[in-house]
Design a protein around this ligand. Structure first.
Ligand code: TYD
Length: 215
């Protein structure tokens, strides 16, 4: 008799610079693992060998001269590789996939702030993610000024990458774009106040996962 295969769950974290989403993605992945789930923790751009190579080119700024559309296309190429060679397989094995950034980052950075038309962003999504949609997307919300101050402190005199180094107005726009996405898709997106202490943010995230996905 054929055994029923349990498909895994897909959770993504989104937010501006210094919102603490990578930390929160890590905390959630650990919690899920402790509760007995098999977890695949990953990130974008990157997450598969091919996509990590594209990540290096994107974050170095080498693609920037070709314009925002070119960047959006390359983020999409990286995403397709990540899905085909990592995410899809993990979900089919029943793993819980926790991903630091996903489609909403392209919508916010290349779309809302980069000016790539929504029709182009939608077309890229159809080509790359198709029907695959996160079960929950956490939008970690923090005022741009606060987030940037955190990101700069983290860089400790080091250089901010191509996307971190945009000006405050752009970061405000990115924040707004994420909040707009959350308003458009309330079933998928949950906004969390990321200016709270780390442990409280983690509690909010965990409560939502418990309520919605019953791990
Ligand atoms: P990363 O070092 O992963 O930083 P962060 O901690 O902010 O996630 O850098 C990823 C950068 O790439 C980030 O500044 C946002 C940007 N980005 C896009 O512009 N579009 C995208 O689709 C994705 C996934 C990321």
């Amino acid at each position: 008799m054929k055994q029923a295969i349990e498909i895994g769950r897909f959770i993504t974290f989104e937010g501006g610079e210094g919102s603490g989403k990578s930390t929160q993605a890590g905390i959630l992945a650990n919690r899920l693992a402790r509760s007995g789930r098999s977890v695949f923790a990953t990130r974008e751009p990157g997450g598969s060998p091919g996509a990590e190579e594209i990540r290096a080119a994107l974050l170095s700024g080498r693609v920037a001269p070709f314009g925002h559309l070119a960047e959006a296309v390359l983020f999409a190429v990286a995403r397709a590789d990540h899905i085909d060679n990592a995410i899809q397989g993990a979900l089919q094995e029943g793993q819980w996939v926790v991903c630091d950034r996903f489609i909403d980052s392209t919508r916010a950075y290349q779309g809302a702030t980069g000016g790539v038309p929504r029709s182009a962003i939608n077309a890229l999504e159809r080509l790359t993610v198709g029907e695959l949609s996160p079960d929950i997307t956490f939008i970690l919300d923090i005022p741009a000024e606060e987030g940037l101050a955190r990101a700069e402190a983290r860089a400790e005199g080091g250089r901010l990458d191509r996307f971190e180094s945009q000006d405050l107005t752009n970061h405000e726009r990115i924040r707004r774009a994420f909040l707009d996405i959350a308003e458009e898709e309330p079933d998928r997106c949950v906004v969390v106040d990321a200016s709270q202490p780390e442990a409280m943010v983690a509690e909010d995230v965990w409560e939502t996962v418990l309520q919605r996905l019953n791990p």
